[in-house]
Design a protein around this ligand. Structure first.
Ligand code: ARG
Length: 581
């Protein structure tokens, strides 16, 4: 493993150092604000903001800084920013250094950071819906990126595996011993979902059944063996079904990651007791609640967080408080992420606030709700099937795969059936995941299969094509004479070569940006930039037919690094990059 210092970081350090020499001591360390630029390789405009404080003209400071930058060409421009050009050999050397490293020269800035990511969290005996899809896809991308940057990540799938609804379902199953629901893989969930609905209908229609269901809840909570057995079956079968979906979607979550609500049962009475004892919670109308400063309803009335309900049952809030304690004390988390839809923002705000005040959440630990918007249908309304049911994940994937199969089959190809199936699967998942990840996380987005499988524009399938195109160039080049794979750093770089190389050099910055903001669309945007920069380069610079072997070798190196960057980036989004498309 050999870390490479990104060129932008080198430029930034150089300008920062020069700026410190030029400015009065108290302004040392001023951010030089270095950005990529159209007019040169980089632009630094930190001179503008600091000029006033230094009581000098920005142009004057700029000229002074430019004079001190060694190894870079810098010119003062406009009101006083700097246009900075990096020598070609620095650029080629970076390409070579990244290629020589299996990690493409990326550093691991998050080493030592412990992160717990709570994501997916579907409910036992219920079909996963598109909201769970979003949580799964976003959470998984975050897990992958954070891990790639060196963090020690614990995945937790906080499934809804406890609650009074189980009384009803177990009672129903008991009274209908003939219904079959087990061992049907992903179909188990549809069967259970149907049973759940039938049980609810009966519960509402038949007061006697409702009473027997309530008695079942008591039996479940009291640990009645027969009741617990059925409950365990329900959980186990649901987990199996979830795993089938995760496997199909290429989501990392597996059997070890389940961290259901039931795990926290025993901790709940203690949570309530301690909150009451410390005066953080109060009793209100028989319930135990906490309040958070500034959280008020439409009439300005304080909104309670219900920790224990009037009937003595514990709510979702109590369980989430318990998750924090375990994640802090046992997992020693530095950062805890909850990838849950935006409608639960208030819940998390109040839970985090309560935990802080209770002393369960030290200042050194950061809890973050990672909210996301709603998936909409093409009619702009929350996504439902035509009959108004929630859409099944498996069906979405089937639709995407069917659409991409049509696209692929319309093109000329020489795929054997098995390879075509594999590519269809990879592209179907790319279509769905990328559509989700490439949108600003907090915004709603429209689920539009035709748009998702488009082979042009900012789609996952387009990036897979871009990757496959690069791989094809490399394959062909390698069968030809003297492939040559060593970079000659003394060669001049064509502007499109340089632009591509500098884009590739910014990979780590893009990943860090995702780790900081928890917004995977930034990585999507970056990979799209890479693909675009590659296309410009490839349009301007012949690769296999380059006039000169050294030029050809340098260009092949650029292709290689592009291909590897795209493949790694897609992998961090949970998307495969097939060799051929
Ligand atoms: N099971 C819940 C749902 O389906 C989501 C749970 C999210 N995670 C959490 N720690 N609250 O809405």
């Amino acid at each position: 493993m050999s870390d490479v210092v990104a060129i932008k970081d080198q430029v930034e350090a150089a300008v920062r150092a020069a700026l410190s020499q030029v400015l009065p001591a108290e302004l040392a360390g001023t951010d030089p604000v270095v950005r990529r630029s159209d007019r040169a390789d980089f632009q630094a405009n930190g001179t503008l903001a600091v000029a006033k404080k230094a009581a000098r003209s920005p142009r004057d400071i700029g000229a002074d800084v430019a004079g001190r930058l060694t190894g870079l060409t810098a010119e003062v421009s406009g009101p006083g920013f700097l246009n900075i050009t990096v020598p070609d050999d620095v650029v080629w050397s970076a390409v070579a250094a990244r290629l020589a490293d299996t990690r493409l020269g990326l550093t691991t800035p998050s080493t030592g950071e412990r992160v717990v990511v709570d994501y997916s969290a579907p409910n036992v005996a219920k079909e996963m819906h598109v909201g769970h899809l979003r949580s799964s896809v976003i959470g998984d991308a975050l897990v992958r990126v954070l891990e790639h940057l060196g963090a020690d990540v614990t995945r937790q799938n906080h499934i809804g595996d406890w609650g009074t609804q189980f009384g009803m379902l177990i009672q129903y199953l008991d009274e209908h011993p003939d219904v079959s629901w087990k061992g049907r893989g992903a179909e188990t969930m549809s069967a259970l979902d149907g049973l759940y609905k039938a049980a609810r209908a009966e519960f509402e229609a038949d007061p006697a059944f409702a009473d027997r269901s309530r008695a079942r809840v008591v039996a479940l909570q009291a640990g009645d063996a027969a009741t617990l057995d059925v409950w365990r079956d329900l959980v186990a079968e649901s987990e199996k079904a979830f795993e089938v979906i995760y496997d199909r979607l290429g989501i990392l979550l597996d059997g070890d990651d389940f961290d259901g609500e039931s795990r926290y049962n025993d901790a709940l009475p203690g949570i309530v007791e301690e909150l009451l004892r410390t005066g953080i919670a109060t009793e209100s109308d028989g319930a135990v609640v906490t309040f958070t400063d500034g959280v008020t309803g439409p009439e300005g009335e304080p909104v309670p967080l219900i920790v224990r309900k009037k009937d003595g049952g514990f709510g979702y809030a109590a369980t989430d408080l318990a998750t924090i304690r375990l994640r802090v004390d046992h997992y020693q988390a530095d950062r805890i992420l909850y990838v849950v839809d935006a409608r639960q923002a208030l819940h998390f705000r109040m839970v985090f606030d309560t935990a802080r005040r209770a002393g369960w959440l030290p200042d050194t630990v950061q809890t973050e709700h990672v909210p996301f918007g709603t998936v909409l249908g093409t009619d702009g309304r929350p996504f439902k099937t035509r009959s108004g049911k929630t859409v099944r994940l498996a069906d979405l994937l089937d639709d995407a795969e069917a659409a991409i199969r049509t696209v692929l089959e319309a093109k000329e190809h020489d795929f054997a059936d098995a390879e075509l199936d594999d590519v269809v699967h990879a592209a179907g998942i790319a279509a769905i995941k990328y559509a989700d990840l490439s949108n600003t996380r907090t915004k709603d987005y429209v689920f539009d299969v035709e748009q998702m499988v488009a082979t042009t524009g900012n789609t996952g399938v387009y990036l897979q094509y871009a990757h496959a195109r690069v791989r094809s160039i490399l394959r062909k080049a390698r069968t030809e004479a003297t492939p040559g794979d060593s970079v000659d750093a003394t060669l001049p770089a064509h502007p499109t070569e340089k632009a591509l190389a500098l884009t590739l050099d910014a990979f780590e910055a893009a990943l860090r940006d995702v780790a900081d903001t928890l917004e995977p669309h930034r990585l999507c945007g970056y990979l799209y930039d890479v693909a675009t920069a590659f296309t410009r380069f490839y349009d301007a610079c012949p690769v296999r037919k380059a006039d000169d072997d050294t030029v050809r070798a340098n260009r092949l190196a650029l292709c290689d690094l592009t291909g590897q960057t795209l493949a790694t980036g897609l992998d961090l989004l949970g998307i495969r990059a097939p060799e051929r498309m």
